[in-house]
Every structure is written in C-alpha cells, then in structure tokens.
Design a protein around this ligand. Structure first.
Ligand code: C2E
Ligand code: MG
Ligand code: MG
Length: 829
C-alpha cells in the first residue's frame, strides 16, 4: 500500500511536469520578429563594413591580389557573404525548431505516460472506493445489529465521560423512564439525583469503587426515578476505559428494567414466607410423600394431632401408619395415579389412626410435586381434621333424613331412596309395591289419650314395622299418621297382599299405652311399579288414592289401586274448580226448614240448610259437597257466607215482626275449633243488630271430638253471648252420655234415623224416650229431626219432645216461602 502511495505520488509529480511542458510556447523560443531584425541588422552592418573596405582601399587588406580580386568580384563577394549569413541564420532557426519539435515530442510522450498513470490511479481509486463502500456497508450492518441488539434487549444505554463529567442517557433510556429526548442534563449529578434515596449511597459507592478498581466489569441493581415519580428497578452493567495512568476515561453501560423480576422475586419471597408460616402454624396436617406414599416430612400440627413425632413417621408408609386396613386399598389408587403422572390426584376422606389408637376423620386434598423434567416426584397431602364436622353431619343427617320420634327414614330420605331405585331399574320385569298406611282416626287417639300417649303409640307402631318389614323391603314415616312400606322385587299382587297380611297381623292387636288398652284400625292403599306409575309422585298419588278409597268406604282395610279410582281423583279436581267458581259467583243459597213447637203446633224457628244452585247440575244437597268442602278448606268461606246470610234473614224476620222466631245454623267441625268464629259472630251481631238469644248454632258430636277442649272453649264463649248451642244428629256418633254433662249445650237434636226407626223398632222407641227424658233431666231442650209421619209426631208429643222438624211439617224452603209460612201462622196439628 505504501508502495502504491509512492507510485501514486511520483505519477502525480510527473503529471504536473508534463502539464508544465504541455504549456511550453515555441514562439517564446523562436521569436521571429527578433530573429528577422537581428538578421537585417547583421546584413546592414556587413554592407557597411564592405563598403568601407572598398572605399578605403588597402587600409584593411594589404594583399593587393586579394584586394584586386575583391574589387573585381565585389558582387559575388557580396552575394557569397549574404548567402553565408542567410545560411547561418536559417541553420540557427531550423535548429531551434528542431529542438522545439524534439522537446514537444518528449512532452507528448511524457503526457501519454502520465495519462496511463492517471488511468491506473483512477482504477486504484475505484477499488479504494469499493473497499470503502464495503467497509461502510459492514459498518452500517454492524451499527444496525448493535441498534437491534440494544432495542431488542429493551435496555437503555448510558455513557459517562469521566474526564468531562458528562453522563449521557440514550433516547431509549429516556423513553423507558418517560423523559423527552431534550430532557435531563447530561451530567453525572443528573444520574445521582434520579437514584432512589434508599439506594443512592450504595449505588454511587459501587460505581466509584468500580472506576477506581481499574479492571473488570461493573454491575449493580438499584432504583431510578421515572418522570411520573415512580421508580423502576434496574440492572446496571457497564465497562470502563482507563488511560495509561489507570485513570478512568469513560464508562459505557446499559440499564435493564428488572422491576417485574424484582416484584416477582418479592412476591415469591413473601409467598415462601407465608407457605413456611402456614406449614409451621396452620391447623392442618401437611404430609410430604413420595410417589409410593412414603412419608418425607410432616408439619408440627400433623405431629401434634396424630401423636407421632417427625422421626417416627419419616420413611414410613403413610397408608400403613395412618389408615385402617379396610380403607387402604381404595387409597392405593391415588399413588398409582401419581406414579402414572395423572394431572389430578383427587381429594379423599378417610379415617386416620392416631398413635394412641384414637380415630380421626380427615379430609385430604392432594397435589403432585414435579421434578425438572415434569415427572411426578412426590405428593403433598393436606389433611383437615373433620371429625367434629362428621359427627355433626351424622347428627344432621339423622335429623334431615330420619324421623326423630320413630327413627324411621323420613319423607326426604324415602324420596331420595325411591328415586335412586327407580332410576337404576334396568330389568323390565322388576316390580315393587308402594303401600301407603294411614292410621284411622289417629286424631281421636291423640285427643282422647293425649299427645304423649299418641307419640308412644306411634313409636310402638313404627317398631312393629321395623321388625316385620325385612331388608330389602323398607318402611318410612311420611307425616303424622302416614307411613309407607316398600315391598321390593315382588312377583305379583298376591305376594304383596300376603306380605301386607303378615304385617297387619302384628298391627291389628289391642295396643296398651300407659295402661290404657285400645284398638286401632288402618287404611292401606297399594300402588305397584310399573303398572300404577313409573315415577314416585304418581305411585304415591295412586297409593294415596287407593288408601282414600278404603277410608271413604269401610276403613280398616287395604286396596290395590285401579283406574276407576283415578276417575274419582279427576272428579275431585274438577269439583275443586267448580266450588271455587261457586264461591266467587255466589251459587250457594240458604233454605229454611220450619221447627214446630210440639206443644202448640206453631213455628218457633227454622234451620238454615244450604244448597248449591249448580249452573249445570241444578240444586245440590249439602251431603254431596259439605265433606268435600271440609277436606279442601272451602268450608271456611262457605260457612262464613252461610252464617251472614242466616243473620241477614233473621234480621228480616225481626223487621217483619217475628222477633221470637229462632234461627238455627249448622257449623262445621272444622270451624268450631277456631277462635275466628267468635270474631265473625261478633262482627255479624254488630252489623245486623239481632236478638242473639234467638240464634242457635248446630254442631255435631264428631265435630266437637276433633278437638274437644278447643271446641268447648269456643262454645262457652258463644253461649256467654246468649247464643244457644244444639248438639246435632245425636245418637249417630259416640253419643257418650258423659259428654252431655260436659259439653256447654242447650239443645239436643235427635237424629232422624232414630225417629224413622222408632216407628218400626220398639227398642228405638225406648231409646228416643230415654234420650228425651235424660235431656230433660239435664235441663236440655230436645228437638226431633226427620218427622215424616203423624205417628212419629204423636209418639214424640206423648214423650214430651219439645220441638219437631221434618217433612211432615215442611221441607226446607227458600226465604220468601218461609216468610209466607210465618205469615200464615198456622198450627201444624
Ligand atoms: P242436619 O243438620 O241434620 O239437617 C237436617 C237434614 O235432614 C237436612 O238435610 C234436612 O233436609 C233433612 N230432613 C229434614 N227433615 C227430614 C225428613 O223428614 N226426612 C228426611 N229424610 N230428611 C229430613 P240436608 O238439608 O240435606 O242437610 C244435610 C246435612 O248437611 C245437615 O244435616 C247438616 O249437617 C249439613 N248442612 C246443611 N246445611 C249446612 C250448612 O249451612 N253448614 C254446614 N256446615 N252443614 C250444613
Ligand atoms: Mg242441623
Ligand atoms: Mg241433623
């Protein structure tokens, strides 16, 4: 290269010389005017000389011969001299020209060689330029690479020129920290001012220590303030340049934002701290197991709860140490799953055997621990002592699913069990029978013997069911006096009946509770799966329908469901709708049947008897809908309406002048037990302002017996208002003579059955006679119902029955007709 340079220099020098030669002017050498003038001057001088010689004759030329020759040939001499002079001059000029031409030739040669040198030089420059371009390209790539690297690493670059004390932050650095490009003074003090106060001292110290260390790399971690005031954690790395004396010239480095790592580290540190604290202090057992269930570690609580120390458990198999034999097999699969790298190792509950033999219920949740290759390396089992909860659960389960009195499964458990049985039936020929048992008149047992005895009876009854119904058959208590028996996997109805008979054999016996002996009957309805229903609710409904059919007829019997019963059920539903409609549309009417004084033959009162004026079916009599109304609860609104209607009519009579005419109204047993009746009557008395002594409320024995004590209370309050109470249908119910004394009544109405029979049966006559006498003895008035014949009338008159009522006098008639009867004021005998 040096050689090249030198060649290059000499070529240039030569070229400049050639350049000079190239500008050589021939006229500067030849000078024609000067040459011509010189020649002319020489010629002139020569002529002057010749002339002088010739005219002075021998002064210059002593040789006479020569002189004569000269004079003789003076023209030729002259011409010769001129020729010589021209020759000399031309020769000199031609020589100069030749020299010039030669010089020019030389110059051109040099010029040519210079041109060649220039061409070589040009080539040389070109190649130099190419090299330069290559270098430039490489430089640009390298610069790009550097920029990409810097940008890619998300690092900010800093440079500290130690000598000039300038501290430079790259644009990227500034943008990371939120500063504009022209912000921040390029001084080391700027950097210092941005360091977090907590880190400042240490950060400065480290940088200064580094530059004094005179070798190695610089690295530090600290916080720098962003423009928004937040601090970023940065990892600062750098390298210094030192001069020969070991004084740092400048340091260049990068700042990497490691805020997230630091926060993550902090989070991990805290989490670790928490986990360690949990392991140490939590009230849970923590076991670290290998994939075979061998114990690697146990936490202090685990030691405390099980009674085993760490040394005693480490290396032992957890199943063998803690789990009772019968539960081990199930848990083996857990470890199997772990060994097979299963993602989830399920939670499980098992009993834990403590060192002292005590058993605990523990709920375990398991999670796998993985090694670097992602293989299961062990299991962390976290166990919560749920012994207490389990006990409570057992109790709650008992409460939730078992009847507390009889300890039989309750309705919920029964339904759950049945649904599960039904859902799991796969065999098309599988049959079972659902037997619905209702204890007949259980309310009477409660009322007469008291609730405690009632409960004792129910317990004894349940015990019989428990002992006589054998697994897989089972029994449950659905409500107060309703029980079910499931006879599973039966072949036919005969088998069901024979099973029922066997159970009934033990139920149909005199019961002895608190030294009282009584006999109880049962109504049973049977529905068979799948014939009478494929789901529980249908089976229950049909068994109930069958049971209801038994109740309605004979009671004390059982009956298998059939479709005719279903029809009845449908009728029942339709009746419900119709009755609701009837109440809304006031389809009910009161008829009045006269009551005649058997001494005078005159009307002394009337019994209000309800009728349902059905839009399609015409007049419906109370015996066809009262029981239904009582069962469905409609009786309350119907009864309320009837009472109001009767009070209103009574007021009409009074206004017509028949103040003494008594109004008798029938009150349903369902209403008599309610205090509401008293309020209702008070309101009506207030509304219609009628003579309360002219009012009689008729109640039946059976109605009172539903809740004897409550009924007596209500009746007493009614009597206190002057309202009379009549015991209706006397002789058909219990007709206990003791009640006659006990009950707050004024009138006894002998049932029409006795009256009609009295005509044929001598014994009935005697009964009627006795009833009349007895009631008179008790100061009670006697009304005879259903007098249809004169004989009956006469018999009753003879026996001093007070009042009579029956078709002989009049059927029940509408209000206007009854008013007419009053106006007629006739004597009926
Ligand atoms: P009850 O209170 O014993 O009414 C007497 C029943 O005997 C009436 O039947 C009446 O029409 C009928 N009767 C009266 N005299 C004779 C007779 O000479 N021969 C025959 N065969 N029957 C006679 P009814 O009106 O069908 O009422 C039947 C039962 O319905 C009543 O018996 C009563 O217990 C109940 N009842 C009627 N109206 C009401 C009411 O407004 N509320 C309530 N809760 N029950 C009512
Ligand atoms: Mg009556
Ligand atoms: Mg009656």
């Amino acid at each position: 290269m040096k050689k090249d340079n030198r060649t290059f220099k000499s070529s240039i020098e030569e070229e400049s010389e050639n350049e000079k030669n190239l500008h050589y002017n021939p006229w500067k050498i030849i000078k024609p005017v000067r040459e011509t003038l010189r020649m002319l001057i020489l010629l002139a001088l020569f002529f002057l000389l010749l002339t002088y010689i010739f005219f002075s004759k021998s002064e210059f030329i002593k040789n006479s011969w020569l002189l004569n020759l000269m004079v003789e040939h003076k023209e030729w001499v002259f011409v010769a001299i001129v020729m010589v002079m021209i020759f000399l001059h031309v020769k000199g000029s031609v020589k100069s020209l030749g020299e010039l031409i030669y010089k020019n030739k030389e110059v051109y040669e040099k010029l040519n060689s210079a041109k060649l040198a220039v061409a070589i030089l040009e080539e040389d420059i070109k190649s130099q330029l190419n090299i330069l371009e290559e270098h430039g390209k490489a430089l640009r790539i390298s610069e790009q690479r550097y920029n990409l690297a810097v940008e890619g690493t998300l690092d900010g670059i800093w440079e500290w020129d130690v000598k000039s004390d300038t501290y430079y932050f790259s644009s990227k650095w500034k943008s990371y920290f939120g500063y504009e490009d022209d912000e921040l003074e390029n001084k080391i003090s700027t950097w210092e001012s941005l360091i977090h106060p907590y880190d400042a001292k240490e950060a400065k110290k480290k940088l200064y220590n580094y530059i004094y260390s005179k070798n190695g790399l610089y690295e530090n971690t600290y916080r720098l303030r962003c423009k928004d005031g937040e601090y970023k954690w940065i990892l600062s790395k750098g390298k210094a340049l030192w001069d020969e004396e070991g004084v740092a010239i400048r340091v260049v480095g990068s700042h990497t934002d490691i805020t997230n790592q630091i926060l993550l580290q902090e989070k991990l540190r805290k989490e670790k701290e928490i986990s360690e604290s949990i392991i140490k202090n939590a009230s849970i057992i923590i076991l670290l197991l290998d994939e075979n269930g061998n114990i690697r570690d146990i936490n202090p609580y685990g030691e405390k709860l099980t009674g085993f120390s760490k040394q005693e458990v480490i290396g032992k198999n957890s199943l063998q140490l803690f789990v009772p034999q019968e539960e081990r097999e199930e848990l083996m699969s857990l470890f199997e799953r772990a060994r097979n790298n299963a993602e989830n190792i399920p939670s499980h509950e098992n009993q834990v055997k403590c060192k002292d033999g005590k058993m605990l219920d523990v709920l375990w949740s398991n999670s796998a621990v993985y090694d670097k290759e992602g293989k299961v390396d062990g299991i962390i089992s976290i166990g919560a002592d749920i012994t207490e909860i389990k006990n409570i659960e057992k109790q709650l389960n008992l409460l939730a699913y078992y009847d507390t009195l009889t300890e039989l499964p309750n309705r919920s458990l029964f339904e759950m069990t049945m649904n599960s049985i039904i859902n799991n039936i796969t065999n098309e020929n599988f049959k079972f029978a659902l037997v619905y048992i209702d204890i007949d008149n259980f309310k009477h047992i409660n009322d007469t013997l008291g609730h405690i005895s009632g409960d004792m009876f129910l317990k004894s009854f349940a015990e019989v069911l428990k002992s006589k119904v054998e697994y897989p058959d089972f029994t449950a208590r659905l409500s107060g006096d309703e029980f079910v028996i499931i006879f599973s996997d039966i072949i036919n109805k005969e088998e069901v009946i024979s099973k029922i008979e066997k159970v009934l054999l033990h139920l149909r016996k005199p019961w002895n509770v608190e030294e009282q002996e009584f006999f109880v009957t049962y109504s049973l309805g049977i529905a068979i799966y799948p014939e009478h229903g494929r789901n529980l609710s249908i089976l229950l409904r049909n068994a109930d329908t069958a049971m209801f059919t038994v109740k309605e007829s004979t009671k004390d019997n059982y009956c298998i469901y059939n479709d005719l019963m279903q029809e009845k059920t449908i009728n029942y539903i339709s009746m419900t709708n119709q009755m609701r409609h009837a109440i809304d549309n006031e389809e009910f009417v009161l008829y009045y049947q006269p009551q005649v004084d058997l001494n005078t033959g005159k009307i002394v009162g009337a019994e209000a008897l309800i009728r349902w004026s059905h839009p399609q079916r015409g007049i419906i009599f109370p015996l066809d809908f009262i029981i239904f109304a009582e069962e469905t609860g409609f009786i309350h609104s119907i009864g309320k309406w009837a009472l109001k209607r009767a009070f209103k009519e009574k007021k009409t009579w009074e206004l017509l002048g028949y103040k003494e005419i008594n109004m008798s109204v029938n009150i349903s047993g369902k209403r008599i037990i309610s205090e509401k009746l008293i309020d209702e009557i008070n309101d009506l008395l207030e509304e219609f302002v009628i003579n309360s002594t002219g009012l009689t409320l008729e109640i039946t024995e059976t109605a009172i017996m539903q809740d004897l004590n409550a009924s007596i209370e209500v009746l007493k309050k009614l009597r206190d208002k002057g309202i009379k109470i009549a015991l209706d249908d006397f002789g058909t119910g219990y007709s206990s003579l003791t009640y006659l004394k006990k009950l707050p009544i004024d009138i006894v109405k002998i049932d029409k059955e006795f009256i009609s029979n009295a005509f044929y049966e001598a014994v009935d006559k005697k009964i009627v006679k006795t009833i009349i006498n007895l009631n008179h003895e008790l100061n009670l008035n006697v009304v005879a119902e259903g007098i249809e014949t004169k004989e009956q009338l006469n018999f009753l008159k003879e026996n001093e029955c007070d009042v009579g009522q029956g078709f002989l006098f009049s059927k029940a008639v509408p209000a206007e007709d009854f008013e007419k009867l009053l106006q007629e004021d006739k004597c009926y005998f």
